[in-house]
Design a protein. Sequence first.
Lengths: 584, 357
Amino acid sequence: MSTTTTIPKAAAGTATTSGTLMRRLRYLEPATLLWIVLIGALFFLVVWPVAELLITSLQARRTGVFTLSNYLAAYGRQRYVDALLNSLALGAASAGICAVLAVPMAWACSRTDMPGRGFAWLTVLAAFIIPPYLGAIGWILLAGPNSGWINQAWMWLTGSEESLVNVYTFWGLALVIALHSYPFIFIFAKSALDLISSEMEDAANILGAGTWLTTLRITLPLVWPTILAGIILVFLETIALFGSPAIIGIPARLNVVTTQLWQFFEAPVRAEVAAAYAMPLLLITAALIGVQRLLLARKGYVSQTGKGGERRLIALGPWRWAMFGWCVFVCLLSVVAPMIALIQASFAKAWGRGFSFDNLTIGNYTYLLFNHDAAWGAVVNTFVFSSISATVAVALALAIAYIVKRRLIPFGSALAFLCMAPFVIPGIVMAIGFYAAYAGPPLTLYGTATLMVLAFTTRFLPIAYANGAAGMQMIHPEMEEAVRILGGGRLTAIRAVVAPLLKKALLGGWLLVFILATRELSAAIFLVGPETRTISVLLYDLSEEGNFEVLSALGGILLVITLVFVGVGMKLIGRDFMLRRGGD
Amino acid sequence: MAKLVLRNLYKRFGGFAAVDGVDLALQEGEFVSLLGPSGCGKTTTLRMIAGFIPPSEGSIEMDGEILSSPQAVMPPERRRMSMIFQSYAIWPNMTVAENVAFGLKLRKLPSDEVKRRTGEILEVVRLNHLAGRYPAELSGGQQQRVALARAIVVKPSVLLLDEPLSNLDANLREEMRFEIRRLHDEFRITTVYVTHDQAEAMVTSDRIAVMNAGRIEQVDDPFALYNRPRTRFVAGFIGRTNFLEARLEGDRLGLDGFALPAGLLGRPAAAAGEKILLSVRPQSITLHRTPPANGEAEIAVPAQVVECAYLGEHWDYVVLPEGSGTKLRVTAAPAQRHQPGEAVWVRFDPAQIVAIT
């Protein structure tokens, strides 16, 4: 091939092997070392805990001999199998309720002239940012047997001795979960409906179909795959949820997978049985996420037409008030009623005595912040853990998104996969993996802040990664090459160009991870020690004590923290920064 | 000694050779274009010179030092080059002045010198009144000038340009060609310019390297490239031409249906009976209503006009010589009108007939 070189070989071209090595070292980018560190970090955060989860489930306690006995122990009792079935039924029920709540709202907001569409959107946002177990506490105050507000009102109105509703039931729990999960389906359905051009409906109208027939036969079927993807997401959220099932399900003697896992962790801790017991949850989640991706990849035929077509809103006539009424109803159930109940209780001497001045006190808050032995520490811990995890997750995700998008190493997509992998691992399962990997020797991290931060970081890495990758996508590689050819190294390029351009995206990702971390319960509850309690863990502990005034006050504190940070995010980044990417 | 040398350069992606054995040497201060269709390997070659891509084989040397070889690649930031990108790559988070000053600051020059040189170069590209603006507030042409200023102000050892004008509209593109040439005449920076537009290459370059399928077909100055193309690809890519197959028969060149004197061909006589390919530019052929005068009879043949099209600046005719099956494209002055079907005489200019391989 190189037989006819017209230009003679230069003397320098015949360098010795050692000279080549020296040159190679001389030209080595300092950044290369950083990439190696990052790969190590991913291994530590994702690969090893998951591997340990598998290994632990297959090992006999102490001896470490291979065995299947953990699986027999985990599924050998009817009670444990029932818990799994309960979880599946609960997931299906709450996903069904969510669809009923959310799809009409999404349709009305996207396609009709319903009044108060901004209000409906705000309702969804509020339901989304309220930590789920606060809603559960609110609903205990509203619909607890006998003492709940609704039952009190019912007995007063009818003189009945019987309660009307009871939150401590299967359907009570399903409804409470649905009331904070429906935003997922709303967001999925609305984003799909937003893409349907009016011409689709016009085509049906011109053939003689009326508004309702068109909606039922044309519009909704078009977005059905996307709605189904949302339903799957709610189902998965529900079966992985710990807070609400623990607060409502345990008193109701309703055992689900997550609460059963929690019982395996009560002394004596049987982590290997828990690991085995968590496997179906992991497999179901991974499989359904796969199904969901397939559904979304097809985009429900909608993306074919894109946003090109003209969009007109359907005039509902008097029906628009009926739709508006539905949105108000959902808002009452999901936001207004439980939050009023929660806030009233937090400012009450005794919440059952209702709204009156002599019942008003700030004593619950002052007690928590100044007298309680753990509350102030929990607030500080929550801030510290959440901000460190958010910082680490965003930095790690950005660095990996950078490597992957710039193809700096072969098999970069494997790194991206590892970053996204925690998305298919329920938080509670990941916590068991972290427990198995790092709680005991050699690292012995159990009960340390480090373990909490590591778990939070891993848990929210996918969100940070999706955020960082989307940001990197927008920066043309030539922007950096321009720095390099002018004499700046890769790190200079990142500092001078990439980081400033990504500022907004990074801040949005940071806030999102921070807010989600402040409410994290299902991983924290398994890894927490006496010194590392967070607000969410303390809330759960208080709920077991049954002091609802103090419990509500702590909920109020968490709510204020959440609202402040959401407010900052909306101010700096945009109104819908939390909802932009839906559930993922 | 040559400033920049590409020696037997290869770049393979899997089994595909994007750059397939390129040899090229640039003198100090020379402006060389890499010209070719998309996918010919010109951008890959440029990015190898910049150090963004390592070569699979061969080497790149500057001032006698090896910059790139399969064993080791000096990173771009240490090559003292600069580059203008297809997307301009103006940093949107910096003002015009900050963009231009960036390279000087990286070179750790004192701040008053950074300021002075930034001001000078902005004057040269006529952007001093926009120094405080952000790129989003500039037009495409102005962004292009920022990119030029940013690349030139550091006095690079080699300036690389990657299709810098392809995102501009036609008028601006024509203006910027001369702008680039003017800047080169002023600063004499050794330059490699990648383009697929032959007019751009011909306006700006001292020499043009025509690339096809990863190889350099010919390197020459614009005049020689157009008038003395060496390969069929070059003749077809630079301007339009007629390809005519010919056979050497004694002192005659036998073409399809007619013959021309072989001695007029400025090329060592080929062996008798050998087949050769000729390139005849459309404007080197003239049309005449009357038979040629004595002495020119043997370079003219009777023909018939088949098609005609008027393009404002000239006429495009397609003519068919008598007894021939090969149509010829001919351009003629706007005033010279013929009708399809009209009988004409076609006169060849022997000096402008080129044998190619």
